[in-house]
Design a binder for this molecule. Structure first.
Ligand code: NAD
Length: 459
């Protein structure tokens, strides 16, 4: 049920009034709201951890480092750079403009919609919000109803900390979202599946509203024979098992030779035991699948596969053990869609070039991971394949670097954020050419005036 009794039309109208009043534009207002958002997550860590456990069985450790700290770091980064980011840009001038002023003014878009996802329901809702606030916008914040406890937390706490005239949380499911999307926004930032991304873009196109779509895809891992398999396995299994595999940039599948796979499986099995003990179901550090629909979907993907590690399930808890599938064929169901769960299929390839061809035959992934000590090979991968982002010799970590733009390409999304890119996402760059009306400028500029018959044209 939506927490807000107002109709979306009324909400957007009220936010537009606030925006038009200029309230959100002063830098001091933006800074005060960012500081308030930071206080909101710092002062309520216990409540946040409780909600994330209720929604996803997320451990306090994961809740703190991957949701609260990540968001806090983004706010800190923004606060320490916002004065410099918001300054007028003074781009290069040409000879023709030597007497003029040429500059770029940053305009907030206006009233924007931020739609979060359920898998990192705090971080993925609040991180884009940071950019929207920093740029001076009013925002409708739509948390995912699929993680109801965190959605309720956001709906309850945002009004306590942020200015309610400028920021409104709107909760709800498909009918509420459908109604929301009929409104005219000045920007829409959506995180979620590619399928729903299409619905968002279609709705946005009716009003010619620009969008950022942070979507998903199958993120491949290539492992060559030169690497330390133990370290590789720890890193890959950490990325696969975090949030029980429900991470948009989780390693989806592995490409390597049969020989490397044998070594990897044994090292990965060891890593799983190190992280979660003999029975991951008993570990407080291993999550559960968000709902029955996703649980049934992931379990079905295992059917017919050769299970080398794991495979245990418990539907009452929506538990799926960390599972490694070997000798997986490209035509197997598990290779047809993003897994978004703790299954790791391994597809055998002959060499790195086969791996590159395999990746290029499929949709462009959100992330790609290359494990290799051969820098020439890494460069060849980078120049031959396309992906939203890449980490070499690790997984997921590229998204923790605030100076790196985070986003997909092709079916894995459009647009990017994090750090200054979040501020830029919600900012229109208004070009200004400022001339004077002095006599010299008029003389120099008069060549453009008709009539053309006075020998003004060179050819
Ligand atoms: P989803 O994308 O289907 O999201 C469901 C949301 O969309 C719900 O809030 C629902 O109300 C809304 N929705 C569904 N149908 C709708 C309709 N017809 N009209 C309007 N709204 C509608 O959720 P999912 O598939 O469970 O999410 C997982 C996907 O999200 C994965 O592909 C994952 O990779 C992706 N993801 C991407 C990122 C990223 O940063 N790129 C982050 C998290 C998740």
């Amino acid at each position: 049920m939506p927490s807000f009794s107002k109709h979306p039309q009324e909400i957007v109208a009220q936010l537009r009034n606030t925006f038009n009043s200029g309230k959100t534009k002063p830098l001091e207002f933006r800074i005060s709201q960012l500081k308030a958002l930071k206080r909101m997550i710092e002062e309520n860590v216990d409540e946040i951890a409780k909600c994330l456990y209720a929604d996803l069985h997320k451990s306090r450790f994961e809740a703190v480092i991957m949701e609260k700290d990540f968001t806090k770091n983004e706010i800190n980064h923004c606060l320490s750079h916002i004065r410099e980011w918001t300054k007028r840009e003074m781009p290069e001038k040409t000879m023709a403009n030597m007497l003029d002023s040429v500059y770029i003014v940053h305009d907030p878009y206006g009233v924007v919609l931020v739609m979060g996802a359920w898998n990192y329901p705090l971080q993925l809702t609040l991180s884009p919000l940071i950019g929207a606030i920093a740029a001076g916008n009013c925002v409708v914040i739509k948390p995912s109803e699929i993680s109801p406890a965190t959605s309720k937390f956001i709906a309850e706490y945002v009004p306590k900390y942020l200015d309610s005239e400028a920021f409104t949380v709107y909760e709800g499911g498909i009918p509420e979202t459908t109604e929301l999307l009929k409104q005219r926004f000045d920007y829409i930032f959506y995180t979620g599946s590619t399928g729903v991304g299409r619905i968002i873009q279609e709705a946005a196109s009716k009003h010619l509203t620009p969008v950022t779509l942070e979507l998903g895809g199958k993120s491949p891992v290539f492992i060559d024979s030169t690497v330390d398999v133990e370290k590789t396995a720890r890193r890959v299994m950490w990325g696969k098992c975090a949030n029980a595999g429900q991470t948009c940039v989780a390693p989806d599948y592995v490409l390597c030779t049969r020989d490397t796979a044998d070594k990897f499986v044994s090292a990965a099995n060891k890593a799983i035991k190190e992280f979660f003990g003999e029975d991951p179901k008993q570990s407080g550090d291993f999550g559960r699948i968000i709902n029955d629909r996703h649980f049934a979907r992931i379990v079905a993907l295992m059917k017919g596969c050769e299970i080398a590690v794991g495979g245990q399930i418990d539907s009452t808890e929506r538990y799926i053990a960390p599972t490694i599938l070997v000798d997986v064929k490209p035509t197997d169901p598990v290779m047809q869609e993003e897994i978004f769960g703790p299954l790791l299929p391994i597809v055998y390839v002959e060499n790195a070039y086969d791996a590159m061809a395999f990746i290029n035959e499929r949709e462009k992934p959100l992330a790609m991971y290359i494990f290799s000590n051969d820098s020439h090979l890494v460069d060849t991968f980078l120049s031959t394949t396309s992906a939203g982002g890449v980490t070499v010799n690790d997984v997921v970590m590229h998204l923790t670097v605030p100076s790196l733009p985070f986003g997909g390409v092709g079916q894995s999304g459009m647009g990017y954020y994090h750090g200054k890119n979040s501020y830029d996402t919600f900012t229109h760059k208004k070009s200004v050419l400022h001339k004077d009306l002095w006599i010299l400028g008029e003389k120099l500029g008069s060549a453009r005036y008709p009539p053309s018959s006075t020998g003004k044209m060179k050819y």
